[in-house]
Design a protein around this ligand. Structure first.
Ligand code: GAR
Length: 190
């Protein structure tokens, strides 16, 4: 049986779509479910268009081992991938899936991480601080925001004239290029 990936996402879902398409083409793993804490998140429509089953859940359901824990137990995922997922992962999930929950962060951690640092908030802070580089960090998830062991980072050069939107575009490009391959390498290594 193919290794199974479950994606958790809260928003637009371009990374989720890119990962689904990558594995539909390479067949080294399969995205079997996309879950969102927002029932109208665009990611759900993107997944359904690619024939990947979706479900949404509330914050309380996420924090319940009996509900989300059981839902995942039925799937038995090899990897749980956070692709723009904005809620904190509860401790029971970190304990039940050691080194199997992977997040992507749109900056070079440990810089620009932590609570409230997500999406455009990150890129605005990077521009305000006149950074000449930003990048992506793919890391294991532990019980603290953005603090799990780093698996992979990639950098991109910023121009002084870059707006937060320009930075976001450069970061998304890096994410699309690297995230599926890093996940594939993790799967192949196990
Ligand atoms: C991505 O850039 C991802 O790195 C970021 O949200 C964006 C989601 O874009 N994640 C975080 O900020 C997590 N702290 P997408 O919905 O188009 O994939």
């Amino acid at each position: 049986m193919k290794p199974k990936i479950v994606i958790l996402a809260s928003g637009n879902g371009t990374n989720a779509e890119n990962i689904i398409k990558y594995f539909q083409a390479t067949k080294t793993a399969e995205v079997v479910q996309v879950l969102s804490n927002k029932k109208d998140a665009k990611v759900l429509a993107r997944a359904e268009a690619l024939n990947v089953p979706t479900r949404s859940f509330t914050k309380d359901q996420l924090n319940s081992k009996e509900i989300l824990g059981r839902m995942l137990e039925e799937i038995k995922p090899d990897l749980i991938v956070l692709a723009g997922f904005l809620l904190k992962i509860p401790e029971y999930l970190v304990a039940d899936y050691p080194d199997k929950i992977i997040n992507i962060h749109p900056a070079l951690l440990p810089d620009y991480g932590g609570k409230g640092m997500y999406g455009m908030h990150v890129h605005k802070a990077v521009v305000e601080n006149k950074e000449s580089f930003s990048g992506i960090t793919i890391h294991y998830v532990n019980e603290h925001y953005d603090e799990g062991g780093i698996i992979f980072q990639a950098k991109t050069r910023l121009d002084p004239s870059d707006s937060p939107e320009d930075v976001a575009a450069k970061i998304h490009k890096l994410e699309y290029e690297h995230f599926p391959k890093v996940l594939e390498n993790l799967i192949l290594a196990h």
